[in-house]
Design a protein around this ligand. Sequence first.
Ligand SMILES: O=C(O)CCC(=O)C(=O)O
Ligand SMILES: [Fe+2]
Length: 192
Amino acid sequence: MRGYALEYVDRVLAQLRQIRLQSPFRHMVTPGGYTMSVALTCCGTAGWTADRKGYRYAAIDPQTGQPWPAMPDVFLALARQAADQCGYAGFTPDSCLINRYVPGARLSLHQDKDETDFSAPIVSVSLGMPAMFQFGGLKRSDRPEKIPLFHGDIVVWGGPDRLRYHGVMALKDNPHPLLGSNRINLTFRKTA
Ligand SMILES: O=C(O)CCC(=O)C(=O)O
Ligand SMILES: [Fe+2]
């Protein structure tokens, strides 16, 4: 949905400034020992973490030892409204992953499958620099479709598409008036 988040941007970025003070962006290390090029923080009652032992959702931010910041009302309202618009009424995410990309950062093809409830969709909000999103099939080998995402765009995938592979190609430096050489992506999930 092109530009769907635009009217929320100012309020979302104001909340993000608070969130990152409490739980800063960090580069997670995957179980395979690879440091992710994308920096991550989270809010909500559950946050996503990766370490040598694997991937999981947890109530505590391992870096601060404190609970993840609460999900701001404006985040919830945006996610709800977008999900409603796509036919997923009553979406109640308990987690929002916040990814920060700088030029060259990328996210390789993966499925969002650490949640326990696949009946809820994923709502993904793009802010800042444009990126090329890859939307594949249910098998890793399915050739992905390329979808350019711009500031304010929202993608929602659920139902039969919930476990489709997806990723983000390495970002080009294409500074954005509001966010400079950064791209911020929010993904809202119902993890339990
Ligand atoms: O940055 C994006 O557009 C996608 C992020 C994503 O797939 C994820 O956080 O699992
Ligand atoms: Fe994902």
